[in-house]
Design a protein around this ligand. Structure first.
Ligand code: AMP
Length: 352
């Protein structure tokens, strides 16, 4: 057990780290942010900050030596250098979860092996591979980079084989996925404690615009809610197989044939921001409780429902209008530059 008063190390300095640090502070912990950038928004609300590269093993070891436990808010941290952390402090969730989630092929293999349903997929490393994948799986489909993609970046929709053949393939490992005919998207977010106990939050219906999450609504419509039980079974198997500790997110497509796994994130997730006000214990607080070995908090709804809207790019300028409605909960992440497509904050409304 890492008792309150100790220091939690967080790799990554974005809004997820910022919200973990806020929840940790409430429980009496100090947070130490480790990030490559000079002025990360998570460090604004944390006790300590180290600027360092994610592959600087000496700096990682010195950082970990001052932490009771280390976690991460960013799933693309390189895995091998993390070995410098574990002699000094436990790392939760385990590095194996990162290995699986960082590579879309590993992730799909892992879920397939556990009996989950995925879109038909094939690894693509050349134009010939793409042609073979399109022939086997058909079009339309989506070509994605295996690693480092987020918010719809590193993805190409392919409507016809001709369109696929005309693509100038980037020189990185890729995956081709058949297009899933879904009627909705939802996520399963769970927290697993060190003793193996798992708690789930209600699943949000996620609405994406241009590949970026725009709105999460809880409860989800009945047709989606009907698929949550099956999705939870898979999510629980994933968490157990990874001996997971902390918050884990799996994203699903709701289809006429049941839930199809899309991807997982070994961390707190944007589609769980509604839990700050909308659940008895937020995803951020329960992540802290889990990695510190504290009892988990209740995950039940705090209201009949909750709607969370992301503030993307210029939408963050509307803060005064948002605050003019006293029922709105405004969260701004403190990012200096407003850029198109950038997640600047979110607004939560409870349905009472
Ligand atoms: P991802 O980065 O894999 O979550 O993809 C971003 C968004 O693209 C998803 O939330 C879906 O809306 C869409 N998408 C991704 N993969 C597929 C697929 N195989 N079939 C249909 N839509 C997809």
């Amino acid at each position: 057990m890492i008792p309150p008063g100790e220091t939690i190390g967080i790799l990554g300095g974005g809004q997820l780290g910022r919200m973990i640090a806020l929840a940790a502070a409430q429980l009496g912990y100090r947070c130490h942010i480790y990030a490559p950038e000079g002025d990360p928004i998570a460090a604004d609300v944390a006790a300590q900050f180290t600027q360092g590269a994610f592959d600087d093993t000496a700096a990682l070891a010195a950082f970990a030596a001052n932490c009771g436990v280390v976690t991460y808010e960013f799933e693309n941290v390189p895995v091998a250098p993390l070995a410098a952390i574990t002699p000094h402090a436990p790392l939760y969730p385990p590095a194996r979860a990162l290995e699986v989630a960082q590579d879309r092929v590993n992730e799909k293999r892992f879920v397939d092996a556990l009996g989950g349903r995925t879109a038909p997929w094939q690894a693509v490393d050349s134009e010939a591979d793409l042609a073979a994948a399109m022939a086997a799986i058909g079009t339309p489909g989506i070509l994605k980079t295996r690693r480092d993609g987020y918010d719809g970046k590193g993805q190409w929709r392919i409507m016809t084989a001709e369109q696929g053949q005309a693509l100038d393939l980037p020189d990185v490992p890729l995956i081709y996925e058949g297009f899933v005919d879904f009627f909705g998207e939802f996520s399963v977010i769970l927290v697993r404690g060190g003793d193996g106990a798992i708690a789930f939050w209600d699943s949000a219906h996620n609405h994406h615009v241009d590949g970026i999450l725009a709105r999460s609504t809880v409860p989800a419509p009945a047709a989606i809610a009907a698929q949550v039980a099956a999705a939870r079974v898979l999510a629980g198997k994933v968490a157990d197989a990874l001996d997971y500790v902390g918050v884990l997110t799996l994203e699903f497509f709701a289809t006429d044939h049941g839930p199809v796994f899309n991807e997982m994130a070994p961390r707190v997730h944007n589609s769980g921001h509604w839990t700050i006000e909308g659940a008895l214990t937020s995803q951020f607080e329960n992540h802290v409780r889990a990695i510190c070995g504290l009892p988990l908090g209740a995950t039940a709804l705090a209201a009949r429902g909750t709607v969370m809207d992301n503030l993307i790019g210029d939408a963050a300028h509307d803060w005064a209008t948002i605050l003019s409605d006293p029922a709105n909960h405004l969260h701004l992440y403190g990012k200096a530059a407003v850029l198109p497509g950038r997640k600047m904050g979110h607004v939560t409304r409870l349905i009472l």
